[in-house]
Design a protein around this ligand. Structure first.
Ligand code: ADP
Ligand code: NI
Length: 216
């Protein structure tokens, strides 16, 4: 595929996400692209589809639009406007529409082409570890959520809607999602990196609660 599609996409995503403050900014897209391409180098898969999906995966995301549902037309219309072929658009849109954690609660058995597996792993790796901690608190702050509240209990979500509309605290998000990501990775490479990042997050979490109680 012509590299100008990629440079056009970079500019579009930068325009959309620069300065975004929920942890889904341009640099998030950039990290996902780099991580996804490094997984692709080992696992294979269509490079163009992976790169376009990684760059575009959050431009129509509900968390950025502040809506309940994602808007897939943002990425779709852009890809049509620059003349990307229909098969590539379909493959990219399938990934973007089906890779999210929230979606996997209602649809755990969705078909996952290799390209989706790779972009999903890259996105989930950015939700764990030191960057994962930073992003969670950035997200919480941007949505007016407290850091923590000991009178609130972590929830077990059994539906996508319940997950999306919950008003829990950011520390609870670790129990409700971030610690659950370990074991959901599709590729061995990502699973190995995630396992170390998960240990770090547990260390952070335990220390947070000790400090909360004045024990550390
Ligand atoms: P997905 O987009 O895969 O459905 P999320 O909606 O959980 O996943 O959002 C992705 C990232 O946004 C998370 O990894 C986290 O950094 C942040 N995030 C989402 N919901 C929360 C929350 N309730 N508290 C803190 N961070 C959150
Ligand atoms: Ni993302």
């Amino acid at each position: 595929m012509n590299r100008s599609y990629i440079t056009d996409t970079e500019s579009f995503v930068k325009n959309h996400l620069t300065g975004e403050s929920t942890g889904h900014d341009w640099w998030h897209a950039q990290r996902i692209r780099a991580t996804a391409l490094s997984i692709q180098a080992v696992e294979g898969g269509d490079k163009d589809v992976i790169e376009l999906a990684a760059l575009l995966h959050d431009v129509g995301d509900r968390k950025i639009l502040n809506t309940i549902e994602d808007d897939p037309t943002v990425a779709q219309n852009f890809l049509v406007s620059i003349g990307v072929n229909q098969a590539t658009i379909d493959a990219v849109m399938y990934i973007i529409s089906n890779m999210s954690y929230s979606k996997s609660i209602d649809s755990p058995d969705i078909e996952k082409p290799l390209e989706l597996q790779i972009v999903q792993d890259a996105d989930r790796l950015d939700a764990v570890g030191a960057i994962g901690v930073a992003r969670a608190f950035a997200y919480g702050g941007s949505k007016g959520r407290p850091l923590y509240d000991p009178t609130v209990k972590a929830q077990e979500f059994t539906s996508t809607l319940a997950y999306k509309t919950s008003l829990g605290t950011t520390l609870h998000h670790f129990d409700e999602k971030l610690f659950r990501l370990k074991g959901t990775f599709n590729t061995k490479h990502a699973e190995e990196i995630a396992s170390e990042r998960d240990l770090f997050m547990h260390e952070f979490y335990d220390r947070f609660l000790k400090e909360w109680d004045g024990q550390a």
